[in-house]
Design a protein around this ligand. Structure first.
Ligand code: FAD
Ligand code: SF4
Length: 471
């Protein structure tokens, strides 16, 4: 409960919730961070200094009212905290779990800057919604007056869900189409369960359906239903279709047997646990195998840790820059190390050679960091005569994804950039409008592969654009 002790941040240390022991968590697909108890959540919230100009709020991509909901948690006013948290974020319990807080809100916390350990903002955000739902709280849509207008949302990922959330709160029916059998986009078919259990996404589906969102699943726009049909059926369209074009390494042997792409591997694993593996698709397992993961982002970490949980004999992750310059969240790298993943920093793959007996020899060269490029990123340069061979049974490519235009974009006058990102926001009269005035877009397909919370922000802002377009 509230102590009003201005020095609580010194007396109590940071507590993001207990983490399951590495020896236990590496044999199960369950979230590794335990929920905060009410008393710990209140104590942590009480560490907040209520800064006059809260940097955490500015660094949070959806600009959550962080100090305000921390105060409510400290005072035990859970439902009010849930209400406030939903005013800026459509998926707070999910962002609380998967945001790289060290780079966002918590990295900007004054306590973190001062060396005291940031307030555990992410864990508290998760706590608020999880506990409020358990206690029966639901978003209040009782005063919504339905306008009779409908919007077709393509993609049930965070961008599409956030857009649908804001639309129904404003009396516009949202019908969300997705090619997959479950909602969530990469929340379900990408991010593994040790970061985000799938029940959390299913619960959000129930909440959204309760608010009036309709989901039309197993339906690919452009294949099972045409965009022309959707344009006739709805008053506007929002596209949150993600970025799925696979980036290749462009070196010999990439197509060898035993080489896997990250996303199909992760999706196969999720479907094994959901029990939705399509007939004829083999379950992939790394049990007893030596695995080499190439890449240094969140996707690479997820592949590493999935292979560990599947019982791999050895998992090595090779990345072309050093640890300080890798794109993945520091927290996830630390978790991967604790779970037994070995890292080879400053390594550039040159070729994969299949060997007799079905194993793979991967040629790697040592790199060093050169001068920063125009974006300030230091490029990896190969050190001459530094080659080494790593032998393994499987290589998993995790080099990232790019957005790309759907086949029907040209016919609908939807413009994209040279790198395949859909042009929105800058080119329309309304926020997130594309070059086709009736079609809006946001999330990874506009930004390129990014973060859940930024997709949520886009979906919410695009909904504002759609509402202005409709009225
Ligand atoms: P998506 O989540 O990709 O959703 C797009 C949806 O559109 C999909 O469901 C797709 O099926 C559907 N779709 C596409 N085309 C059609 C069509 N024609 N018809 C019908 N449906 C269609 N971010 C974080 O913040 N934290 C993390 O820890 C994190 N981990 C990640 C791990 C992995 C393995 C990956 C790949 C990404 C990770 N990300 C993480 C990034 C994050 O998941 C994405 O930035 C975010 O999901 C983008 O949301 P979106 O709604 O734009 O797209
Ligand atoms: Fe932090 Fe993400 Fe929550 Fe914003 S949404 S407060 S960045 S955890």
């Amino acid at each position: 409960m509230a102590t009003n002790d201005a020095f609580q941040f010194m007396k109590l240390s940071r507590n993001p919730g207990d983490k399951v022991e590495a020896s236990v968590r590496k044999i199960e697909f369950k979230e590794i961070y335990q929920p905060l108890h009410a008393v710990d959540a209140a104590d942590q919230a009480g560490r907040c200094l209520s800064c006059g100009n809260p940097y955490c709020e500015w660094q949070c991509p959806v600009h959550n009212y962080i100090p305000n909901w921390l105060k409510l948690v400290e005072e035990g006013r859970l439902f009010e905290a849930a209400e406030l948290s939903h005013q800026t974020n459509s998926l707070p319990e999910i962002c609380g779990r998967v945001c790289p807080q060290d780079r966002l809100c918590e990295g900007a916390c004054t306590l973190s800057q001062g060396g005291f350990g940031a307030v555990s903002i992410g864990s508290i955000e998760k706590y608020i919604t999880d506990e409020a739902f358990k206690a029966g709280w639901r978003p209040d849509t009782s005063k919504v007056v339905w306008s009779g207008k409908t919007v077709g949302v393509i993609g049930a990922g965070p961008a599409g869900l956030a857009c649908a959330d804001v639309l129904v709160r404003n009396g516009v029916k949202a019908v969300v189409y997705d090619r997959y059998e479950e909602i969530g986009g990469l929340l379900t078919f990408g991010i593994p369960e040790f970061k985000l259990e799938k029940d959390v996404v299913r619960r959000r589906r129930q909440i959204l359906e309760g608010m009036g969102v309709e989901f039309v699943l197993n339906t690919e726009v452009g294949k099972d239903v045409s965009i022309e049909t959707l344009l006739k059926r709805h008053d506007a369209i929002f596209m949150g279709m993600g970025a799925y074009k696979y980036m290749k390494g462009e070196f010999p042997g990439e197509d060898s047997q035993g080489v896997l792409e990250a996303l199909p591997y992760l999706i196969n694993n999720v479907r094994q646990s959901l029990g939705t593996l399509p007939a004829g698709e083999q379950a992939i397992s790394m049990k007893g195998k030596r695995v080499l993961v190439l890449g240094g982002g969140d996707t690479a970490m997820d592949c590493n840790r999935t292979a560990i949980r599947q019982g791999a004999k050895r998992v090595i992750c090779a990345y072309r820059r050093d640890e300080a310059n890798m794109p993945g969240s520091k927290r996830e790298v630390a978790n991967a190390k604790e779970e037994g993943v070995e890292f080879l920093w400053n390594r550039q793959p040159l070729a994969i050679e299949p060997m007799i007996g079905g194993t793979l020899a991967v040629r790697l060269a040592v790199t060093r960091l050169g001068e920063p490029d125009v974006k300030g990123r230091r490029n990896a340069e190969i050190v001459p005569d530094s080659e080494e061979i790593v032998e393994c049974d499987h290589v998993i490519f995790a080099f990232g994804f790019q957005a790309e235009a759907a086949t029907w974009f040209d016919a609908q006058d939807i413009a994209v950039t040279g790198s395949g990102r859909t042009l929105a926001a800058a080119c329309g009269q309304y926020p997130y409008q594309t070059s086709n005035p009736k079609i809006f877009a946001g999330g990874d397909m506009v930004r390129g592969a990014d973060l859940v919370v930024r997709a949520v922000f886009d979906g919410r802002m695009a909904a504002e654009g759609v509402l202005r377009y409709l009225y």
